[in-house]
Design a protein. Structure first.
Ligand code: CMP
Length: 147
């Protein structure tokens, strides 16, 4: 079982995450207060494709696998986030994400994500950038460019 991280360590961890790399300490402390630390064990299904979702997650430690319609869509490791799509558009989960090992996750529900985006709007722009990349990758997988 992974060691539990403390408050200061959580602020430090958040600062090391690309999504929050431009935030100052005060913003990081506010973000930290909005998140809930959760643990997961290897094999735990963190999001299930087609099911509703009420939380998004930032990976503090450990790695998870992403499957879209049974096809491996890669891994998500420390510093990355997932589960934001169902929260942003209210639709079902677009992929199944499964823990490959014990993990520590910072979870945010929709209200907390909204509050986070109010506190640091630039995080929303970064999230959109990642969402755009994921959409493009998914599109390329379905219709690879010829030539
Ligand atoms: P959501 O649809 O809420 O739940 C599943 C999550 O997996 C999704 O949000 C994204 O965060 C993530 N995800 C979906 N598709 C991909 C992909 N192709 N590559 C990486 N992550 C993805």
């Amino acid at each position: 079982m992974a060691r539990k991280i403390g408050k200061d360590e959580r602020v430090q961890l958040l600062g090391s995450i690309w999504l929050f790399s431009h935030c100052d300490r005060k913003e990081l402390a506010r973000i930290s207060a909005l998140t809930t630390l959760q643990t997961a064990s290897a094999g735990d299904v963190l999001t299930e494709q087609g099911k509703p979702g009420s939380e998004c997650f930032i990976v503090a430690s450990g790695t998870a696998r992403v499957d879209v319609s049974g096809v491996d869509a890669g891994e998500i490791g420390p510093g990355a986030f997932f589960g934001e799509m169902a929260l942003l558009d209210g639709g079902p989960r677009s992929a199944t994400v499964t823990a490959l090992e014990d993990m520590q996750l910072l979870a945010l529900d929709r209200r907390e994500l909204d509050a986070l985006l109010d506190v640091v709007p630039s995080v929303g722009r970064k999230m959109l950038r990642v969402a755009g990349q994921r959409l493009r990758e998914a599109h390329d997988r379905h219709s690879p460019a010829s030539g």
